[in-house]
Design a protein. Structure first.
Length: 135
């Protein structure tokens, strides 16, 4: 029916609509900045300068994460549904790479700072969800 089509269209565009106010921009920055910084740190230290020796699988997962984030940003302005799905898909291989770095490599201050930013972003999302339930 006409109502279900309109509801589906609103669902597909919901991620894009939330970034138009200041709270949406803050939430988007808090969610994406630590991930981008961690990816930058990993690529810089493993690919360009080769300061840190990593396994073949970590390199593959890092490249896979980079490609998915790149595709997410390609779709960002055109299709919010695909953009958010590619972004979410990029977090799975990044989690494996971060776990490898966390367990087997010395942790730098920058890496710890990015992990703290991830915790703050998660806490912000959780508190915002609780606030929305109570409101």
């Amino acid at each position: 029916s006409e109502f279900s089509g309109e509801t589906g269209h609103r669902y597909l565009d919901s991620d894009l609509r939330s970034t138009f106010n200041i709270y949406g921009i803050i939430q988007l920055t808090l969610n994406r900045l630590p991930v981008l910084l961690l990816l930058f740190y990993i690529i810089k230290n493993t690919v360009y300068t080769r300061k840190i020796e990593v396994s073949f699988y970590s390199k593959v997962y890092t490249k896979y994460t980079f490609i998915l984030i790149y595709l997410s940003f390609l779709f960002y302005g055109q299709n919010a549904f695909l953009s958010s799905r590619f972004w979410d898909a990029s977090l799975f291989p990044l989690t494996i790479v971060i776990a490898d770095f966390w367990e087997n490599r010395p942790r730098s201050k920058f890496f710890k700072f990015c992990m703290i930013l991830l915790i703050v972003a998660s806490f912000y999302n959780f508190s915002h969800a609780m606030y929305s339930l109570v409101k």
